[in-house]
Design a protein around this ligand. Sequence first.
Ligand code: 3HC
Length: 287
Amino acid sequence: MDIEIDSLAVLGAGSMGHGIAEVAAMAGYDVVLRDVEDDLVQDGYDQIEWSLDKLAEKGQLDADPEDVLGRVSTAVELEAAVADADLVIEAAPEDLDLKQSVFAEVDEAAPDDAIIATNTSSLRIGDIAAATDRPERCCGMHFFNPPVKMDLVEVVGGEATADDVVDAAYEFVESLDKTPIRVRKDVPQFVVNNVLTPYMGEAGFMLDEGADDVRAVDAAMVFRRGYPMGPFELNDFGGLDVFAHTREQWDDPVPESISSRVEAGDVGRKAGAGFYEYEDGPGADYE
Ligand code: 3HC
């Protein structure tokens, strides 16, 4: 029998979590958006509101933004957030201990047959799922930043994940009008980040060696190769701190041009400075 997904909880209201909740609400799902403090969850909710208005302004939303927003509710208590969920998507910071503790809590509080998915970009699904008594119902659902604009989602099963759970996750992603790809093996960083992280890293090492400059490399990739962003702009966009943490987690070296900026707090767009300056400061064009 097919697994039905009607109700959804997203844990973590940061850039990925609130974006995933927005995408699900746009597709007609009722979503509970949860974070550990009122301010955090409110900020995520406000960003959804900003994004929906922006999309509507540009004619990129086929619905009334108020109706979409009306499908998003907020919570701080994890138990209440997941009590009725068919699917829980965890979008907490990229730390194995933290994700395991969230998974263990969800395992206790969510219905027995709920699927628990993680938006991890770099950790193994099996390692996170090991904190639960239902590894067969755990999977990876890796969205890209910003979820509302990026079409691709990686769907990943751990060794213990049941096939029908991976199928249900895949179909759920399709129901969001996104394009899922099934990652064949539960390897750290899956497909895209295994390619993307070294690409951004190599650009940083080139800079360390004085081989080229930031603007020239980005311009070559954008205007000659047709990428939407060059490696430095993309790293600013995702956060240099996130990049450095991912590399360190797997003992991969971090270019000096990146670690020195992280040390100085210039972690990219969200900080107002990274490889580039962002005049409009934290949150860039979000008001
Ligand atoms: N909601 C609504 N509008 C948004 C938005 C959002 N979440 N984010 C940005 N916008 C708006 C901007 O405010 C801007 O509005 P303006 O035109 O009024 O100033 C507009 O979108 C920008 O639109 P553009 O037409 O300039 O650009 P596109 O819409 O064509 O593309 C983009 C924007 C999709 C972000 C594109 O630049 C892109 O694809 N960049 C690369 C992103 C990428 O590679 N992401 C993956 C990173 S890796 C990752 O996420 C993995 C993770 O696990 C680490």
